[in-house]
Design a protein around this ligand. Structure first.
Ligand SMILES: [Cu+2]
Length: 280
């Protein structure tokens, strides 16, 4: 079925089991959704996905991803262009992560990726402006797909305000300020390919040279600099973005993208799309 997640295979490895480690404040963490926001809650298990509603009016929409079985799940929102079926997409996405450049190009050009959020022990949150259309919600860690129907004129509803923006470029990331370890950030894709963001905590003294040689050597095994905390946000298409709620321990991170490249078939991180950053 539809599985886009090969991603966390690299730095994650051992970390996958501990993905999205609960913060000390997990039990008491406040709901980061502003009052008046439209929220769609998506509860996922290995075999199911339940939506709090399957039809909404166009406008800013917060998605709250919840794990219903205590396992890791990754919500992804996608719109398929006219003539590109869910079945074709499912077939292509598997080939795309296998490095099939023709499949990558079909996926990149016929699907609009509108973001997503990971959940494990805690809910994950993201927010995106949605115009009237039919969208599919996928669980990258399960087999579930649900349709979300968005209708009507765009309503200007309250949305979470981002504290800083991290922009995806062709094989790189740029920041306009310090990203909060706990707070809303904006992710924007300013390039001609889809991208997603994996934040993996690393030791404080990790150097550019260490990370670079890890990727240059083919990313074999678990690097000595990697720590367990990691979270992935969903895929966003060129010239789109999402607001994403980060809730991680403060510290040093590598942010990277593993979307397969439309020329080489390689995950972008191997083409230099990673950056050492600090979540404050
Ligand atoms: Cu990328």
């Amino acid at each position: 079925m539809v599985r886009t997640k090969i991603l966390v295979g690299l730095l994650a490895g051992a970390a996958a089991a501990a993905s999205v480690v609960p913060a000390a404040s997990a039990a008491t963490a406040a709901d980061p959704v502003p009052s008046g926001a439209k929220v769609v809650t998506v509860t996922m298990t290995a075999s199911s996905m339940a939506l709090s509603t399957d039809s909404i009016t166009a406008g800013n929409t917060v998605f709250k991803a919840v794990s219903g079985d205590g396992k890791d799940h990754e919500l992804q929102i996608v719109r398929l262009h006219s003539g590109y079926s869910l079945q074709q997409f499912g077939s292509d996405i598997g080939k795309a992560f296998g490095g099939d450049v023709a499949a990558i190009r079909r996926v990149d050009s016929h699907a609009s990726f509108r973001g997503g959020a990971e959940t494990h022990f805690r809910p994950g949150y993201m927010s995106v402006p949605l115009k009237a259309a039919t969208y599919y919600l996928l669980d990258q860690d399960g087999n579930s797909v649900r349709k979300l129907t968005v209708t009507g004129a765009f309503q200007h509803r309250p949305a979470p305000q981002a504290q800083a923006t991290i922009t995806a470029f062709t094989y790189g990331f740029g920041l306009n300020g310090a990203l909060p370890h706990q707070g809303w950030i904006h992710e924007h894709d300013q390039s001609d390919q889809p991208h997603f963001y994996v934040f993996n905590r690393v030791k404080a003294d990790t150097t550019y040279r260490e990370v670079n040689s890890y990727f240059k050597s083919g990313a074999q095994g678990q690097p000595s600099f990697a720590l367990h905390a990691n979270v992935s946000s969903g895929v966003i298409s060129p010239m789109t973005g999402q607001n994403f709620y980060l809730d991680m321990p403060a510290g040093r991170y590598v942010v990277m993208c593993f979307w397969p490249d439309d020329d080489t078939g390689m995950p972008h991180a191997f083409m230099g799309m990673w950056k050492l950053i600090t979540l404050r």
